[in-house]
Design a binder for this molecule. Structure first.
Ligand code: ZN
Length: 110
């Protein structure tokens, strides 16, 4: 995946996340758009909404930092070991900042 493709995908993700976050925070305009788009979505459960907001916010931060790495020219390299993150991983998760091994290590430490 080249940088231009990565940037487009990240920017699309960012747009989606911004919209989701606005909806989850209860922005009235976004809520209206959303309920038109997928009527029946149950957003009344406050805990679930908070959890989703949490995930969306974390993901948005990951996308933003991936875009920053694109600008700096370090995109696609693992933050921890410096090796190239495999193409397949970036295809699945363009915002990934670490190779599978280093990510697994971090998650174990948590
Ligand atoms: Zn690594």
């Amino acid at each position: 995946m080249d940088d231009a493709t990565a940037r487009t995908r990240l920017q699309n993700m960012l747009g989606d996340l911004e919209r989701s976050i606005a909806v989850l925070r209860g922005d009235p305009v976004a809520v209206r758009e959303r309920s038109a788009a997928d009527a029946g979505a149950d957003l009344t459960d406050a805990d679930r909404t908070r959890a989703m907001l949490d995930v969306a916010t974390r993901q948005r931060n990951a996308v933003l930092s991936a875009l920053k790495r694109l600008d700096e020219g370090s995109y696609g390299r693992c933050l921890d070991c410096g090796r190239t993150v495999p193409e397949g991983r970036l295809e699945a998760r363009p915002e990934a900042s670490r190779c599978v091994q280093c990510q697994a290590k971090r998650e174990r430490r948590r």
